[in-house]
Write a protein that binds this ligand. Structure first.
Ligand SMILES: CC(C)(COP(=O)(O)OP(=O)(O)OC[C@H]1O[C@@H](n2cnc3c(N)ncnc32)[C@H](O)[C@@H]1OP(=O)(O)O)[C@@H](O)C(=O)NCCC(=O)NCCS
Length: 279
């Protein structure tokens, strides 16, 4: 048991804490009620649940300790609310376990997908798909320090700002649906950095682990070479197993790790910097 506890990553320990706090029908119901009503008082909760106040407070304090429920105000104006980012982090953790299961449960899926995805330049009609796929990556909290969700309008402006040296590519499935996007981004506006391109790659949740990222990175690298870049660079989370595997398989080398570089949902995040010289 001790060995298991030691082996836990912070993400696992956090997920376990949340699952334990939620692991009773009453507490789950409390979270649902508070989610629906936004702010609730203890008497309202006690009445809706048919619980004695002492029992209710026990459940509320377990939920508060896990960071799920927050309190504001004093005395009769004491309100209980939810911290949605905590629930999102649990969803992202479980989602990443699901992604891993899917990746390994479908041997051969990578090879199958390879022929069925077409890579083309993005156009303004792709803006809603670009926003949808990027927002999934933002919400998952496993790949980017970006926390602001994007609208199709904002992605359209972003797309227009990407000139020919900074292309945005989309991966389209056999039904014409955009399932991923990648881009070359300006690394630094100083002219001396013009030979370096920063890159991004995002695959929609439903299409991950099937080789789409692999196909997109191959196409992006070919485009970077065609434009004449000398180097591609990227920043990633060292905990992003599919991302790290993808980059390492494509010959990206780790330059270093910025420790505790970002703060996501109240937790420090390390960021690994990688590069590939395009010889
Ligand atoms: C990271 C990401 C782009 C990879 O794309 P993908 O289509 O899911 O990955 P692929 O199926 O092409 O797999 C790439 C490699 O990772 C491996 N892989 C896929 N899922 C994996 C998982 N869950 N755990 C470990 N390795 C995994 C694959 O086996 C493959 O390696 P291989 O060629 O040696 O077999 C995609 O998962 C994604 O968009 N994730 C969310 C956003 C993100 O992380 N973007 C990158 C920001 S730095």
């Amino acid at each position: 048991m001790k060995r298991l506890e030691k082996a836990q990553t912070p993400a696992e320990a956090r997920a376990l804490r949340l699952l334990r706090a939620l692991g009773s029908p009453v507490r789950l119901r409390i979270v649902e009620i508070v989610a629906e009503r936004k702010d609730c008082t203890a008497p309202q909760l006690a009445e809706e649940l048919g619980l004695a106040q002492s029992s209710l407070f026990e459940h509320l304090s377990a939920l508060r300790e896990a960071g799920l429920v927050e309190v504001s105000g004093e005395g009769p104006n004491r309100y209980y609310g939810l911290d949605p980012s905590v629930l999102n982090s649990l969803a992202a953790y479980l989602g990443s376990v699901g992604d891993r299961t899917r990746a390994w449960a479908l041997p051969g899926a990578t090879a199958r997908e390879r022929g069925s995805v077409e890579i083309r330049d993005a156009n303004l009609d792709d803006a809603p798909a670009l926003a949808r796929i990027y927002n999934q990556g933002i919400e998952d909290r496993t790949s980017t320090l970006e926390t602001e969700l994007r609208s199709p309008e904002e992605r359209a402006e972003w797309l227009v700002a990407h000139d020919a040296r900074h292309p945005v590519l989309v991966a389209v499935d056999s039904g014409g649906v955009a399932v991923g996007w990648s881009s070359l981004n300006r690394f630094n506006p100083r002219a001396a950095y013009d030979h370096v391109a920063d890159m991004s790659v995002f695959v929609g949740r439903e299409s991950r682990g099937r080789g789409v990222g692999d196909v997109m990175l191959t196409a992006l690298e070919a485009r970077a070479r065609a434009i004449g870049y000398h180097k591609m660079v990227l920043a990633a989370f060292p905990t992003n197993a599919p991302g790290m595997r993808l980059y390492e398989r494509h010959g990206f080398i780790t330059v270093g790790v910025y420790r505790e570089q970002g703060m996501l949902d109240g937790r420090w995040v390390d960021v690994v910097v990688m590069e590939k010289i395009l010889r």
